[in-house]
Design a protein around this ligand. Structure first.
Ligand code: C2E
Ligand code: CA
Ligand code: CA
Length: 279
């Protein structure tokens, strides 16, 4: 629409309307997609930085829409969160991961752990721990096969309330990771008080290892801290050999990234696991 001199000022913005329409459309499409199985999971190897072994994966959700094609999670996860659909999607993801672990174990694949992303809305549902426990039980998967990835903002939003929830999850044998570590505002002192196993270094830090001195210092500090406090550290978004070399030199435990592999469909991911050691 063309604006003419003398027109009344309006706040109407055609882009705004179409963005809202897209959201509504995606929301209703997501409902259908959950029912008719358009979602799938890809798995990205978490490589042991000192041995090169692969026994862990991170599960990442994928949506292949019949008309719109591939819709990236950065687009649909926020909509799923705002509309409340994330609860259903999250349940589906965990169930799917448990089923996949069962399949891999029955095939003799050396899968020891799969990390699952958890969004705030999912974590704060009062029956979250119960649901997780039931899903593990239903699929006959021990909690030690699951790592839940939570963001700092989730954990810090109500630390006292969260500690008891985190402890209940630990009682199931589940391990807990802080995702995108280093991007939040939290004080580091809370790390001592929380039952956290793993810190995941956000990929934006890793990507600038070569050229950005402050980010280098941040990663070094995170690794030093993690080693002192005995956390596992997983670096995200490792794309270049020089980044890996730096991380290895600083004692990073695991890395994920295109350097080793993109996230893959389950069948292909299965071939990445290091075989069981036979003696
Ligand atoms: P995230 O948890 O931080 O996941 C890491 C993202 O980095 C993934 O994007 C992954 O594909 C991408 N990545 C991995 N290696 C590299 C690399 O070497 N270079 C670059 N540039 N990127 C790399 P993806 O799969 O598009 O997922 C985006 C975000 O969507 C995730 O970020 C996570 O926050 C969210 N997400 C994905 N699946 C789920 C899910 O099942 N549940 C929830 N709640 N969130 C999910
Ligand atoms: Ca993650
Ligand atoms: Ca990240």
């Amino acid at each position: 629409s063309k604006s003419c001199p003398g027109d009344p000022i309006t706040f109407y913005n055609p882009n705004m309307e179409s963005a809202a329409r897209t959201r509504l459309l995606l929301e209703s499409e997501m409902r259908k997609a959950l029912e008719c199985g358009q979602f799938s999971l890809h798995y990205q190897p978490q490589v042991n930085a000192s041995t090169g072994d692969v026994t862990r994966m991170e599960a990442l959700c994928r949506w292949q829409h019949a008309e719109f094609g591939f819709i990236p999670p950065d687009e649909f996860i926020p909509i799923a969160e705002e509309s409340g659909l994330i609860a259903m999607l999250g349940d589906w993801v965990l169930a799917q991961v448990c089923r996949q672990i069962r399949t891999w174990l029955s095939e003799g694949v050396n899968c020891q752990r799969v990390a699952v992303n958890v969004s705030a809305l999912q974590f704060f549902k009062s029956d979250f721990v119960e649901k997780v426990a039931n899903t593990l039980k239903f699929y006959g998967v021990d909690g030690s096969f699951i790592e839940l990835e939570l963001t700092e903002s989730i954990i810090m939003s109500d630390v006292n309330e969260n500690i008891s929830r985190l402890k209940s999850l630990k009682e199931l044998g589940i391990t807990l990771a802080i995702d995108d570590f280093g991007t939040g505002y939290s004080s580091l002192s809370y790390l001592k008080h929380l039952p956290i196993d793993t810190l995941k270094i956000e990929k934006s830090f890793v990507s600038q290892i070569a050229e950005n001195a402050p980010d280098l210092a941040i990663i070094e500090a995170i690794l030093a801290l993690a080693n002192r406090l005995d956390f596992d550290v997983v670096a995200e978004g490792v794309e270049e050999p020089a980044q890996l070399a730096f991380l290895q030199a600083k004692g990073c435990d695991f890395y994920q990234g295109y350097l080793y592999s993109r996230p893959l469909p389950a069948l292909q991911a299965a071939t990445c696991f290091t075989p069981h050691k036979t003696r």
